[in-house]
Design a protein around this ligand. Structure first.
Ligand SMILES: *Cc1c(COP(=O)(O)O)cnc(C)c1O
Length: 225
């Protein structure tokens, strides 16, 4: 069941804060996505290439798809024709492949550098040095079809709000440093994707421009992802 009260609240909250709300539909069936679409919402996030590949052809073409999961280089080609943004850029190799596939499809794909900000080792992401290497290689080769649009991160799953806040603050600092050093005159580099069902309020306070919310809208998922 979609929680429309929660959804409307999130929609108002994000539009007032000038934050993009991404409805994370992973593990949810097509009809739930359709339902939200008919409720006039068109921005969805998925974290598995296979799942996104199966769902997208069955759904309206004007959905704005965000890919938020780990990305294998050899799978980029399956979503390159339609994906709007990839939030999980974590290597130079992946950047080159995204560029190649985007250019084959004659389009641009926006990408966010995914940073490791949480205490948990299981959470994925890169550090500053790796990010700078990716940026340097993209900027020197000027590939053109991959557009670096900002940063993404996931906070530690914790009841301790101060821990979460600190991690979001760190991501915002990383964004500021990169913006100043590499993207000062590049308006495309502007997004800070942080905040999920349990921590989006803190993320918003710490400067998030995109929140990725799943279970608060769609209810609990039937399997953990
Ligand atoms: C699943 C997922 C979300 C949404 O999580 P909820 O807690 O259900 O809001 C956000 N971001 C990423 C990267 C995810 O994998």
């Amino acid at each position: 069941m979609i929680d429309y009260k929660e959804f409307e609240h999130l929609r108002n909250f994000s539009s007032h804060g000038n934050i993009k709300l991404i409805a994370v539909s992973k593990t949810q069936p097509i009809d739930k996505i359709q339902e939200l679409y008919h409720h006039n919402y068109k921005i969805f996030g998925e974290n598995k290439v296979q799942e996104l590949r199966e769902k997208s052809p069955l759904l309206p073409k004007d959905i704005e798809w965000h890919f938020i999961g780990r990305m294998q280089t050899n799978k980029v080609k399956y979503i390159a024709p339609f994906v709007s943004m990839i939030h999980s850029l974590d290597s130079h190799k992946l950047a080159l492949e995204i560029n190649k596939q985007a250019s084959k499809n004659n389009r641009s794909i926006l990408c966010l550098l995914q940073f490791h900000i949480a205490r948990e080792e299981t959470k994925h992401g890169i550090n500053m040095e790796e990010a700078e290497n990716i940026i340097a290689s993209i900027q020197s080769e000027k590939p053109g079809n991959i557009v670096l649009a900002g940063v993404m991160g996931m906070a530690t799953f914790s009841e301790n709000h101060e821990v979460i806040r600190q991690e979001f603050r760190e991501l915002k600092n990383i964004f500021n440093l990169l913006k100043e050093k590499y993207f000062k005159t590049d308006p495309a580099f502007r997004e800070i994707s942080m905040g999920m069902s349990n921590d989006y309020l803190i993320a918003a306070e710490e400067g998030s421009t995109m929140i990725r919310v799943g279970s608060k809208i769609f209810g609990p998922r039937n399997y953990p992802v």
